[in-house]
Each structure stands twice: as C-alpha cells, then as structure tokens.
Design a protein around this ligand. Structure first.
Ligand code: F0G
Length: 457
C-alpha cells in the first residue's frame, strides 16, 4: 500500500472553534499583531509549536494514574531513569521541568564571561541561556544550511572546519563544550548526519573538548538518518539513536518534543563530577534529584513517551506527514526550506513577502496574514526572533533567513487539517502583495518575540 495513515485511532476529541474574519481581525488587533498574544481558543489550527502540544497515548494517560508521588526515590523516577539510560547509555540522568531548565543549569556550570559556545544553530532559549551566563554563542552550521532552496540531506550539519578555525582563533581553554542541535530547529528543522557528529567528535577529541547534544528531536533526527544517510537504511532507529548519544558527553533534552509529553526535560552527563555539581543546582531551583520539578505522573508519561517515539511506524507517519505539508506548499508556488525536516515546514518569508524589506518584518507580517485569512497560528524565525541592534551604529542586524515555521504537533492533526492549511497558505500566497509590513511598538531586551507589540506600517 502506498498510503501512509495516521497509526492511531481517536478516542477523545477536543472541538475547534470557528471564527469569522471580523472576529479574527479584532483578535489580531488586540494581540498587537503578535500571535503569541492571541488566546488559543481563538486559533483554529495551531502550528505555533510542536513543543508540549503532543497528544498522549492511552498508555501515557494510564501511566499518569500509576504515577508514584513520593518525594524521594519514587517508583516512577526509577522507571524514567531506566528508560532514559537504556535509550541514551548516559549514566547520569537528571529530570528537569523543560529543556531550558537543563540549559540554565548546564551553562551556569560551564558558561561565564569570556567563554565561547559553538553550535550548529543555537535555539533561542539556548542562545539566551549561554548569553545570560556571560558567554558568547556562535553558530557554525554548514553553508548549505543557510540556502533555503538548496537540497542537501543534512543541512543541520555543523561545519567541522569552521569549528576547528574557531577553536584555534579563541583558544580551546575558552570553549567549555561544543554543542550540536538535533534536529537543527533554528536552521529549518534540518537533520545532522552520523558522519557529521563523528567529524565534530574528532575535532573535539583533538582539542580535548566535551561534546553535548541538544537532543530535543533525537528520534526524528535518527529516522532522517535512516532514510537519508548511506549505509543506515537497515539499522533500527533505536541503534542509530544510541550511536548519536554514544558520540556525546552529555545532552540537554526538552521532552516536550520527542518525549511526547506536555511538560518535562532531561539533562544528561557522563562525567561524575559535573553531574554532581548539576545535581546541587537542580536541588536549589528545580527540586530533589528524583523528580526535578515534575510530578511522578509526569515522569511516567515521559518514560512511556520516550519508548513510543522510537516506534518506526510512528516515525514514518510523522516524517511523511510533515513532508506532505511541504509538498503541498511547493505545488502552490510557496518557497520553503528544502528538503522538509522532521517537525515543521519553514516558509521563506523573504520570498513570500518580497515587497517587504527586512525592517518591516516580512515573517511577522505573514503570520498575521495567515491568522487573518484562516485562523492558522505559526511562528516567525527571522528578524523579530533573531534581529539585533548594532550597539555602535544603532542599525538592526538581520539574520540570514526570514522564515515562518509551521510546526506540526505530534499525533494531533489529521490529513484533512493539513489539507486545509495547504489550501489556506496557497490562497494567501496568491494575494501576497496585499500583506502589510509591521513596525515594533514595544519590545523587551531579550526573547522579544514572545511579548513584542507591533503596528502596521
Ligand atoms: N532546544 C531546542 C532545539 C528547542 O527547539 C527548544 C524548544 C529548546 C531547546 C527549549 O526547550 O521549550 O522545553 O524549554 N523549542 C520550542 C519550539 C519552544 O517551539 O521550537 P523548552
């Protein structure tokens, strides 16, 4: 059979609210043209994020009831630790409430002024946590990863030559660790190959530097390795996942993605001393080491989710459904980051809104147009999220790409929802000259995309 179906049936439903164009216009005005400020009830199809938005399975809900809520040494903790150790091979497993809590602990330990942290592309919270510690975050993705339409199987790869040059320039003593984000969310959800992780590992070994994964989407990355990397087609995904982690000294994970849960995170270490110091910080701000800011039931749901995400039938459906969205948009003439990655389609907003200069935030303007037309919510990954003000000239420095991400929540929407999205984006594209640019009215100094307010120009 050619048709790949959703590998689940629906047991519980949540109604969607339909809104009129006039209602959406009023909502958009009240939200100051920032979809983060729109109440979720007013959204029809929510593609803001794939994070924490998964539908849990019956087994995960059953685990929620079995959760052991003991303060220390809960049964749910031991199950969670065992599952994570089996999958990753990492001896030290720390539970946290989400990915950025893991990042905060890690960079409080190893960051600080004068330090430099390389990554393929830092995700926004990772960058913010590196910078909050006083360190500098440097993105070293391969050049192919910055060209939206160029087809390359592993556009998330970190360039080992750029890494080597950076280490020689600043000195290895200023680099506490090298990070690789799998899949590379800020660079278009693109996977990183095993060959690349090995090459980065070799550079790290040469300078005796630790390698950490930002492993939020480790299963999708491994499945894309299976599909795209020569020699990997016949290996079980679980084995590919293990090799990815075997190459690393530690990892931060937001379980809100491939953990298939609504809240939760993990911090992993091989090094005993570093793990001990991290445990001390964990107790200070997250919770005791056997629950880390989570309930026992959350640990049960995570343990089950990390097992389910490695089901290859699930991963085939997952990767194919994202690819299907990408194919539909390409047919409508919309330029996207190609080839599609694991969790989202990234529209090239600079092309979509080519009549708008970067100063008028073409990505944010496109978000507003999608919401107005069809009640779809997406997120900008461009000048709003990553634009910076040059402290000397006062000018805005724009990132290399203006993207709008349509992130697909796991196991939530059906193919007809996705068909609706394809049709809606196609209609907005046909009428794209009508999209108006935006200016910022108010914005905080860091992570401004969450709360900035805008007006139309
Ligand atoms: N690293 C990556 C690559 C991420 O995509 C995210 C979150 C985090 C770290 C932080 O994890 O949210 O649990 O604290 N990404 C979400 C997104 C928010 O929409 O892509 P968190």
């Amino acid at each position: 059979m050619k048709t790949i179906i959703e590998p689940f049936r629906i047991k519980m439903v949540e109604p969607l609210k339909m809104t009129s164009p006039a209602e959406r216009e009023a909502v958009l005005q009240r939200a100051h043209f920032n979809p983060f400020l729109i109440p979720a009830d007013d959204v029809l199809i929510d593609l803001l994020t794939d994070s924490g938005t998964s539908a849990m399975s019956a087994e995960q809900w059953a685990g929620m009831l079995r959760g052991d809520e003991s303060y220390a040494g809960a049964r749910s903790w031991f199950r969670f630790e065992k599952v994570i150790r089996e999958i990753t091979g990492m001896p030290h497993v720390l539970p946290t409430h989400q990915g950025r809590a893991s990042e905060r602990i890690l960079f409080e330990l190893v960051g600080g002024p004068g330090k430099v942290v390389p990554n393929n592309n830092h995700f926004d919270t990772t960058r913010a946590n590196v910078e909050h510690s006083g360190a500098e975050a440097v993105d070293l993705v391969i050049d192919e990863g910055k060209q939206p339409r160029l087809r390359h199987p592993f556009k998330g790869n970190l360039d080992p030559n750029k890494l080597d040059a950076l280490i020689r320039e600043v000195g290895p003593e200023r680099i506490p660790l090298v990070m690789v984000t799998v899949t590379n969310n800020s660079g278009g959800g693109q996977p990183v190959s095993l060959a690349n992780i090995r090459a980065v590992r070799a550079v790290c070994d040469h300078y005796r530097l630790p390698l950490f994964l930002d492993a939020c989407r480790f299963a999708e990355n491994a499945y894309l390795i299976k599909l795209r990397e020569p020699g990997q087609a016949d290996r079980p995904v679980r084995e590919i996942v293990r090799e990815m982690f075997d190459l690393a000294d530690g990892a931060t994970i937001s379980a809100k993605k491939d953990g298939l849960v609504n809240i939760g995170g993990v911090l992993l270490f091989r090094d005993d001393a570093l793990a001990q110091r991290a445990n001390n910080l964990l107790i200070l701000t997250e919770g005791f080491v056997t629950y880390g800011g989570l309930a026992g039931r959350d640990l049960e749901a995570m343990a089950q989710g990390f097992e389910e995400v490695l089901d290859e039938g699930y991963l085939q459906y997952r990767v194919r459904s994202v690819e299907y969205l990408g194919e539909g948009l390409l047919r409508a003439g919309v330029q996207i980051v190609e080839p599609p990655g694991g969790h989202a389609i990234y529209i090239n907003a600079a092309h979509f809104c080519e009549h708008l200069p970067p100063d008028q935030f073409p990505g944010q303007a496109l978000l507003c147009a999608l919401y107005r037309h069809a009640g779809i919510r997406a997120v900008e990954i461009g000048s709003v999220m990553f634009g910076k003000t040059d402290l000397v000239t006062g000018q805005t420095i724009h990132p290399p790409m203006q993207l709008v991400r349509l992130a697909v929540p796991r196991r939530v929407y059906t193919q007809s929802h996705i068909d609706y999205v394809i049709e809606a984006v196609g209609e907005v594209f046909a009428n794209r000259r009508a999209i108006r640019g935006l200016r910022i009215v108010e914005a905080p100094a860091v992570l401004r995309h969450f709360s900035a307010t805008f007006a139309e120009v």
